[in-house]
Design a protein around this ligand. Structure first.
Ligand SMILES: Cc1cc2nc3c(=O)[nH]c(=O)nc-3n(C[C@H](O)[C@H](O)[C@H](O)COP(=O)(O)OP(=O)(O)OC[C@H]3O[C@@H](n4cnc5c(N)ncnc54)[C@H](O)[C@@H]3O)c2cc1C
Length: 338
């Protein structure tokens, strides 16, 4: 008898316990697409202390069933209690596919579950190919995004996959469907916890994910030089901006890959985007179009970045950056800005 293709999905609820992140809506969309293609059903999993009712959101993504795991020890994420809650259900129901985000949570949870379920994990999956639904193919970027690796599962156990957030789109269905919600009380004990949550701390603008930053200062090839990069970092510190960059700068090893913005990098949507020494190739501009205000500084008046900017300044950064930093410092000392 053909196995029912149940797709389980783990949306991530933000720290305040109310909002479902964009990533999670992307995961729900992906699950919906897969279910449509393979004739499967989608089950969404929510773990928490007192979880709000997400039926309406889930209904928009054709989730047919929601498992709400409720326990005081699930108030904050911990791999140990998540595994203890989920494992018996997975073992009992053997979902066909289990999707999580390739996030701090997914990266920690998926391998733990896989080991206990004697299955594999495909991590940072960018695409799932379902032309033969009985043999799905999974694609993940390797060798610094230069190649895609094609991977298949060689087990009938649940396929665990963490999805690359950048590969996900958000597309609710036209109609809101009905969701059957089942509350599960895993009855966890404090002994299950090997680590303890202390507190949530606000993200540091220097370490925050560029995709989440309100202010982004991007250094392209014209700014990521030995002479100018320290000034860019000083400016970023003064206006509390996260540093972003372009692909050649990353390839040159000056700024880490997770700060790369563009079609093959991150898509950002800050209130303020400052492009320093960036030519404005479509590959880059494709990742900044949702920004509030875009200001570009480039010494070439013909640089394409000016076509995508709200304010364009034709100048050499060697002249501009020291003056800009000096002016901001002075304005701050005079109490003109905070
Ligand atoms: C398949 C593919 C995918 C890609 N994906 C991405 C991606 O996701 N993100 C991305 O960014 N790129 C991506 N690229 C690369 C992209 O096409 C461009 O090559 C890249 O964005 C250019 O980076 P840049 O603007 O920093 O450098 P350049 O194009 O070299 O531009 C440097 C700019 O700095 C200016 N400049 C130089 N010195 C100064 C100075 N002292 N003061 C002021 N201005 C100065 C110059 O006038 C120039 O306009 C991709 C390419 C390919 C083929």
């Amino acid at each position: 008898m053909a196995r029912t293709r149940n797709i389980w999905v783990l949306p991530e609820i933000n720290g305040n316990g109310e909002e479902i992140s964009q990533l999670s809506l992307g995961l729900l969309t992906e699950s919906r697409y897969i279910a449509e293609k393979v004739g499967g059903t989608v089950t969404a999993l929510v773990l928490g202390d007192q979880t709000p009712d997400y039926s309406r959101v889930f209904g928009q993504y054709e989730v047919s069933r929601a498992y709400i795991f409720q326990d005081p020890l699930l108030q904050n994420y911990s791999a140990e209690v998540y595994v203890e809650s989920l494992l018996p259900r997975i073992q009992a129901e053997k979902p066909w596919l289990f999707l999580m985000g390739h996030t701090a949570i997914g990266r920690e949870l998926a391998p733990r579950l896989a080991a206990l379920l004697e299955t594999g994990v495909i991590s940072q999956c960018a695409k799932i190919e379902l032309s033969q639904p009985e043999h799905p193919k999974f694609y993940r970027p390797v060798y610094g995004d230069q190649l895609f690796q094609e991977v298949i599962f060689q087990t009938d156990n649940t396929m665990l996959v963490t999805m690359d957030p950048q590969s996900l789109n958000v597309a609710p269905a036209a109609r809101v469907g009905k969701v059957r919600a089942l509350t599960i009380e895993p009855k966890l004990t404090a002994e299950s916890l090997k680590t303890r949550h202390l507190e949530y701390l606000p993200a540091d603008f220097q370490t925050v994910d560029v995709a989440d930053a309100d202010t982004v200062i991007s250094a392209g090839m014209g700014a990521a030089t030995d002479e100018l990069l320290p000034l860019v970092e000083e400016l970023a510190g003064l206006i509390e901006g996260a540093i972003g960059t372009t692909r050649p700068v990353v390839d040159g090893g000056k700024i880490p890959r997770e700060r790369m913005i563009g079609q093959t990098g991150k898509v950002v949507s800050p209130e303020f985007y400052l492009a320093l020494g960036i030519s404005g190739a479509t590959h880059h501009v494709g990742g900044i179009q949702d920004s509030g205000k875009i200001v570009a500084i480039n010494r070439d008046p013909q640089a394409p970045i000016f076509q995508s900017s709200d304010v364009g300044i034709t100048a050499d950064l060697k002249d501009v950056l020291p003056v800009l930093i000096e002016r901001i410092k002075r304005a701050r000392d005079n109490g003109e800005i905070l």
